[in-house]
Design a protein around this ligand. Structure first.
Ligand code: XMP
Length: 505
């Protein structure tokens, strides 16, 4: 399969370049800047941005030999400055850093900028190109950057100061398409049907007649992983689904039913008592997380004993985690998702199978559809590994869990009824260790408070509280107070992340 290699110099946008190109149907690989590897399928090379300046002592510098492979090269932002640095241009600090919109003016027709004249582009840089590198010509300018885009046709090198990969660059996708499809002539044959067929073949060849075991949480990643494995090797795959007692209302039936429809060979384990026993009296959130993580591993290990012939462990690791674990960190590069509860330790002595390790989340969802998983399941909100344990502030008991399950189910039901579910990142209830006075009928009550958390977010890293219509909030509140025993007050959490976090613990 044709591919475009993206060398990563630590920009926060590197994954975005990759995703935009994959949306064009071309496979991409992100490699650390100091480990460029090309093969006969590599049709072009992109040098990413970076938080560094080329003149800093520890700036990431690539081996110059990458320019003599005959591959078309596109430098973006820092990538452009690197190219200038190698070919005798001059880069210096701009009088003022340029962040934000600029209008691109094409000064020389170029294949790269076909269809881009007078469009808005997004700039984000402190350095800028002052003198053109040898053999290069300017192809576009902005009011602040005389060399906003340059090219060297004989060397097949292009570079832009702005960011074509970000949403704010109006025709950024056009530029990437011009580069990838017209200049590199990469074939657009990256799609989930091809990917699935290829994965199934690889899995069959790797596994042969051995057994594969894997944990299923009920989330999209582990379910898609299990579905691929089942499609490839049928009942040689065993998917372990553990009830830790901290799941939502009706979750067990819902997940088992979905797995059943996908014909996944499931080993269901009810470990509720073990988890709740070990959590007795525990209040500290990190302690809760640790206990839940360790207990899960204990349960999984015990089950794995029953499958002596299991040689492989399937995991739903995604591409962003793979990139994160191999990438070279820049000064600001560690903006990262966290917590891998459900992660299994290395000493399990299984060989790993990770069919999703080259996919982004949106691709996993598409793959899920290709595998026949229904939309409702694919579009489920994220649910934390430690489950309701981190939504009960203070000690966890079965009784509190049951109360929270009821309240939480009402939140989700009402949000779905109002047609808001798919626009939200998460919507849930939190049980507070607070009692407040109320009045029901003619009687004084002294009962629990539930907080409602409804969040909009793109990646969970930053988040905003959702401006839900009052009517919907009212329905949620009324129903919880009327229907859930021992709740007499509902409050709405109006804190954003940062400085708050999404979960209360
Ligand atoms: P926070 O609370 O850190 O959450 O803003 C960000 C996202 O991560 C989820 N989350 C977790 N997921 N194990 C998980 O698997 C955890 O310990 C955990 N804590 C938070 C949270 O639901 C949100 O989507």
């Amino acid at each position: 399969m044709d591919k475009i290699v993206i060398l990563d110099f630590g920009s926060q946008y590197t994954q975005l370049i990759s995703r935009k190109i994959r949306e064009l149907g071309v496979y991409t690989e992100i490699l650390p800047y100091n480990k460029p590897v090309f093969d006969e399928n590599t049709k072009g090379l992109i040098l990413s941005g970076s938080p560094y300046s080329v003149y800093e002592n520890d700036a990431p510098i690539v081996d110059q030999s990458i320019f003599s492979k005959g591959l078309p090269v596109l430098g973006i932002c820092y990538g452009m400055q690197l190219i200038a640095h190698f070919f005798g241009g001059k880069v210096s600090k701009a009088h003022k850093s340029e962040y934000g919109f600029a209008t691109l003016e094409v000064v020389k027709p170029s294949k790269l900028l076909e269809g881009m004249d007078k469009t808005v582009v997004w700039m984000s840089h402190g350095d800028r190109l002052e003198k053109l590198p040898e053999g290069f010509e300017a192809i576009a300018r902005t009011s602040n950057s005389p060399f906003a885009a340059i090219e060297n046709l004989s060397k097949k090198i292009w570079a832009v100061q702005f960011h074509p990969e970000v949403y704010h660059t109006q025709k950024g996708k056009q530029l990437l398409s011009n580069f990838v499809l017209d200049i590199c002539k990469a074939k657009a044959n990256w799609n989930m049907e091809n990917f699935l067929a290829q994965q199934i073949e690889t899995i069959r060849k790797t596994v042969k007649d051995k057994r594969v075991i894997g944990a299923i949480s009920g989330g999209v990643d582990s379910t898609v992983t299990a579905a691929i494995l089942s499609k490839a090797i049928g009942d040689q795959f065993v998917g372990v689904f553990v009830n830790n007692g901290l799941l939502r209302k009706n979750e067990i039936e819902y997940v088992l039913n979905a797995l059943n429809k996908l014909k996944i060979n499931v080993r269901y384990e009810d470990a509720e008592n073990l988890f709740l026993d070990r959590l007795k009296g525990v209040i500290d959130p990190e302690q809760k997380r640790k206990i839940i993580g360790h207990t899960f591993i204990d349960v999984f290990k015990r089950i794995a004993e029953d499958y002596k012939d299991a040689e492989f462990l399937a995991q739903g690791t995604l591409y962003p985690d793979v990139i994160e674990s191999t990438s070279v960190k820049g000064p600001s590069a560690t903006i990262k998702s966290h917590h891998n509860v459900g992660g299994l330790p290395k000493d399990l002595k299984f060989k790993l199978i990770e069919p999703l390790r080259f996919l982004f989340k949106d691709e996993v969802r598409k793959l899920g559809k290709t595998l026949g998983i229904d939309d409702e399941f694919i579009n489920r909100h994220p649910f934390p590994g430690p489950g309701l344990a981190i939504r009960i502030i203070g000690e966890i008991t079965k009784e509190k869990l049951d109360i929270l399950r009821e309240a939480d189910a009402i939140v989700v039901e009402e949000i779905k009824k109002a047609n808001l579910y798919n626009d939200l990142w998460q919507a849930f209830a939190v049980l507070l260790p607070v009692s407040s006075v109320g009045v029901m009928g003619d009687k004084r009550t002294y009962e629990n408070v539930v907080a409602i958390r409804i969040i909009e977010s793109v990646d969970g890293m930053t988040a905003d509280w959702a401006k839900i219509p009052y009517e919907v909030l009212n329905n949620i509140s009324t129903r919880i107070i009327n229907e859930v025993k021992s709740i007499n007050r509902v409050v709405y959490d109006i804190s954003s992340k940062p400085p708050s976090t999404i979960e209360w613990e």
